[in-house]
Each structure stands twice: as C-alpha cells, then as structure tokens.
Design a protein around this ligand. Structure first.
Ligand code: NAP
Length: 260
C-alpha cells in the first residue's frame, strides 16, 4: 500500500530509540525525508545512518532536549515547514506521588504536555496554509487506563489529550489531522526500565517480569516497536484526512472493553 506521502518532510521527536525510532523508520520507508531528534548524539547519529542506508531518504539528526525551547527551536530550524510532526519524549519516572514535588511535576508537564503543544503551535498554521498536515502524538495506554505507579504520566498526558481533542476539530477542515497513538507494552528501553523497577520492588529477576508482561497480554507477547511505527505511518497517509482526534490504543487487546 502506497501511503501517498513520498517526498513529504517530517519532524520525528525523540527518535534515536524505541517507538520514535520505529515511527521514523516507517515514515522513511514511505519516502518521507526526516529530521529526527534526541538528547544523546551518538545513538541519534547511528539511527540516522541506519535509516539513510535502509531507505535512501534524507535524514537530519538534531541533538537537543525537546522539552526545552532551545531543543524545539533547533528541530524547527532544521525543518521549518514540516508536513508531518510526530511528538514524543521520554516518559516521567514511576514512583509514589507523595515523593513528587513541584519541580518533578513541571518536568513531566514540560516533556509530555507542553513540548507537543508548543511544537503544534509552531507548525500548525503553516500546515493549514499548505492544506496538508499530519500530527501524531505518542502518549500512552495510561491515558485510557491509569497505571498507579505512573501518576505523572497519567496526569501530564491527560492534559495533552484534552487540548488535542479540541484543536483537532478546529484544523481538520484544512486537511490537517491530529491524532494520538497510545502504546501498551512495547519492547523498548522504557519497558525494560519499568520492568526493572517492578523487579526491584518484588525481588524477582527482570526477565521474569518481562516474560510475565507478555504472557498476561491477549496476544501472549509484548509489542514490537515496528508494529507501532507502521500505525504511525498509516495515520500520516495522504488518505487519512478523515481520521481526526483519535486515541488509537495499540496494546494487543490488554484494555478489556467491548468498545476499545
Ligand atoms: P525509549 O525506548 O526509552 O526511547 C526514548 C527515546 O526518546 C530515546 O531516543 C531518547 O533519546 C529520546 N528522548 C527521551 N527524552 C527526550 C527529550 N526530552 N528530548 C529529546 N529526546 C528524548 O522510550 P519508548 O519506549 O520509545 O517510549 C516513548 C514514549 O512512549 C515515552 O513517553 C514512554 O513513556 C511512552 N510509552 C512507552 C511504552 C512502552 O511500552 N515502550 C508504553 C507506554 C508509553 P535520549 O535519551 O538520547 O534523549
């Protein structure tokens, strides 16, 4: 299936590893030129080189913290008029809300709510003017079903979700779509560190906790980031202009509901 986005330009945030990287790869396979970001230069350059070698698209690696003004300005300077924006950043740490102060919360809100909002603000009017835009926010299954130890993630992402629900309906008439992708358990460094936290609390080996995460899922496994990337590319397709304001849950059916 040709998604009709060959030659388009995308900014994919937080894309040296994990889900962001998978989204970048899937878009590149569709012929989209990329600006990818992360804080660590080494892994970012390695990912950029891999994507170039595998797909032949133009990939620009921009090092910086997307939760800061400077990080966002650097990404936008490398691609001032993106057709596609994939918002992503590392998730807040797990813990007990009694231990979190104002600074902890501000960090979570900066990374998982305000960074995507300010990037959307920077690019959405250009997309409206050009009559094409696809914005995908990587959030979390915790938006639908809160995860007790990830209170800052539950809270900050809910704020983004509420904002996007309103804006998506204001820009859709210009062929600009905004949707959220909600990952359940995908095998990335983030999942491994979450499993390490649970393993430490329960005194069990990390591998055992990870295997259990897979077994308890209806699919009998955790997700492959490549599957997530393909869903992202689909939302960015030329023919996806009628998919507006969705929260697409990619969790292998873990959320138990007649209507997911
Ligand atoms: P990951 O494997 O840890 O990868 C995170 C990527 O983001 C890395 O490339 C990292 O590179 C980059 N990054 C982190 N913070 C950044 C920042 N402030 N600015 C720029 N780049 C940044 O994580 P993941 O599993 O792909 O998760 C992506 C998002 O999905 C996270 O918000 C996570 O909480 C959420 N999520 C994941 C799962 C899952 O099962 N994997 C489930 C639910 C939600 P640097 O460290 O070098 O910056």
């Amino acid at each position: 299936m040709d998604l009709g986005i060959r030659g388009r330009k995308a900014i994919v945030c937080a894309a040296s590893k994990g889900l962001g990287r998978a989204c970048a790869f899937s878009l590149a396979r569709e012929g989209v030129d990329l600006v990818i970001t992360a804080r660590g230069a080494e892994a970012l350059e390695a990912t950029a080189a891999e994507i170039r070698a595998a797909t032949g698209v133009k990939v620009t690696a921009v090092t910086g913290d997307i939760a800061t003004e400077a990080g966002r300005a650097a990404a936008l300077a490398a691609c001032p008029e993106p057709d596609i924006l994939v918002n992503n950043a590392g998730g807040p740490p797990p813990g007990d809300f009694r231990d979190w102060g104002r600074d902890d919360w501000i960090k979570a809100v900066d990374a998982n709510m305000l960074a995507p909002i300010f990037l959307i603000k920077a690019v959405v009017d250009g997309m409206i003017g050009r009559k094409f835009g696809r914005i995908v926010n990587i959030t979390s299954a915790s938006v639908k079903s809160p995860i007790p130890q990830l209170g800052m993630s539950n809270g900050a992402r809910a704020g983004l979700t509420g904002f996007v629900a309103g804006l998506a309906r204001q820009v859709a008439k210009h062929n600009v779509t905004i949707n959220n992708l909600l990952p359940g358990p995908f095998l990335t460094d983030r999942l491994r560190s979450g499993a390490a936290f649970a393993a430490q609390k329960s005194g069990r080996p990390v591998d055992e906790v990870l295997a259990e995460r897979g077994k308890e899922n209806p699919t009998g496994r955790v997700g492959d980031p490549a599957e997530f990337g393909e869903a992202c590319a689909f939302l960015c397709a030329a023919t996806s202009g009628y998919i507006v304001g969705h929260n697409l849950l990619l969790d292998g059916g873990a959320f138990n509901s007649s209507i997911a």
